[in-house]
Design a protein around this ligand. Structure first.
Ligand SMILES: NC(=O)c1ccc[n+]([C@@H]2O[C@H](COP(=O)([O-])OP(=O)(O)OC[C@H]3O[C@@H](n4cnc5c(N)ncnc54)[C@H](OP(=O)(O)O)[C@@H]3O)[C@@H](O)[C@H]2O)c1
Length: 346
């Protein structure tokens, strides 16, 4: 029997491309597809199953904006993977263009959707990930102000700034606060990955590797679904066909979803990734993430606030004791200078 993977956001864009690449690389895999559109999940499982008849495709209902849904999904995943999970691939995410959207509890909707949901899911399932497995958080280059992506820089002096951003309208153009919430949520993904890694490392035993991943700009995905019609058409139909030109004009970190999906699938399955942990991978290589992402106090503060907002109990948060297996302590994550040595082979 093949290995078992959980993938969020499989119905479109990066997630869909990752599902395809994963099954190409591991045709015997059990792939658990988790999403909120159950009809779309069922159709997808059927399509993928036709192309990869040796694979076992499972579906699980998951709405990352709902803690009860996340808890039910974690229980369902555990039922379907009693032998453990080889990789959690946390790809789902949204970008809004309307400022000031919040959950019913008043939490910023982008923060809740892109960070809190995966925070809770990863905590509930980390103990089920096998000791040499992987937990992969999909982030974005927009988390790093040094990368000049065109998206406003994150606003995360305190974790509360991210969860409850100051009201929009400081003389900014409409949509600026919404796009800032996106880059902020992507910084939260990196902070969360590093804190989870640190907690596993603190156990002093071997546990899953935890990575943050930047897929690069991938025109054509559903991420632009709330953009105005003209921009959406440009994103969906024009830009995907001129990626070489875009790379020449804007730099190399622009890929088709198929290329980025394959890179993400490789992080889940490639043996050469064993031992990589607490690092940020862009494309196929580990690189340094933003300065703010290494702020230990901010990592811990975000963790505590996220536990409070999701209702994660201290007992549940002690996943690490369940997750680790007896064995020699693993190497601590590499120092930034070592990043250049962590590269997937071509
Ligand atoms: N596209 C880019 O240029 C780019 C660049 C850097 C990073 N990323 C990151 O890549 C990831 C995938 O984005 P994408 O571009 O592939 O976007 P996409 O095509 O819109 O796919 C997003 C996926 O996430 C799912 N999702 C969103 N909110 C959810 C929720 N509350 N519960 C369950 N599933 C939910 C969507 O399901 P529904 O269909 O039900 O909404 C969809 O399957 C995101 O984390 C994004 O931040 C994208």
């Amino acid at each position: 029997m093949g290995r078992t993977f959980l993938l969020t956001g499989p119905t479109r864009g990066l997630g869909l491309a990752t599902a395809r690449a994963l099954l190409r690389r591991e045709p015997d895999a059990t792939l658990i597809l988790a999403g909120r559109d159950e009809a779309a999940l069922a159709r997808l499982a059927q399509r993928l199953g036709k192309a990869r008849p040796r694979a076992r495709l499972e579906t699980v209902a998951l709405d990352l904006q709902s803690a009860p849904s996340i808890r039910a999904a974690a229980a369902a995943v555990r039922d379907r993977a009693p032998q453990g999970i080889d990789a959690l691939i946390l790809s789902a995410g949204l970008q809004f263009t309307t400022d000031g959207l919040t959950t019913a509890d008043g939490v910023d909707l982008t923060f809740a959707n892109n960070h809190l949901g995966h925070f809770l899911l990863a905590n509930l399932l980390a103990g089920d990930v096998v000791a040499d497995g992987r937990i992969l958080f999909v982030s974005s280059g927009t988390h790093d102000p040094a990368q000049k992506t065109g998206i406003p820089a994150p606003d995360l002096r305190t974790a509360r700034d991210a969860a409850f951003p100051p009201a929009a309208g400081r003389g900014e153009a409409p949509g600026t606060a919404a796009r800032r919430a996106y880059s902020t949520s992507k910084l939260c993904n990196v902070l969360c990955a590093y804190e989870l890694d640190r907690r596993i490392q603190l156990c002093g035993r071997s546990g899953p590797g935890v990575l943050a991943f930047d897929p690069g700009l991938m025109p054509g995905t559903g991420l632009a679904r709330t953009y105005p019609p003209l921009l959406r058409a440009l994103w969906s139909w024009v830009l995907p066909n001129i990626i070489p030109l875009l790379r020449a004009m804007m730099g190399p970190n622009i890929h088709s979803a198929a290329v980025s999906g394959d890179n993400l699938a490789r992080l889940a399955v490639d043996p050469s990734v064993h031992g990589w942990t607490g690092v940020y991978v862009s494309g196929r290589a580990a690189i340094r993430s933003s300065d703010a992402s290494y702020d230990r106090a901010l990592q811990a503060e975000l963790w505590a606030l996220s536990a409070e907002l999701t209702g994660l109990s201290p007992a549940e948060a002690e996943f690490a004791w369940k997750a680790v297996s007896p064995g020699p302590p693993v190497r601590p994550g590499p120092e930034p200078e070592a990043f250049t040595t962590l590269r997937l082979p071509a």
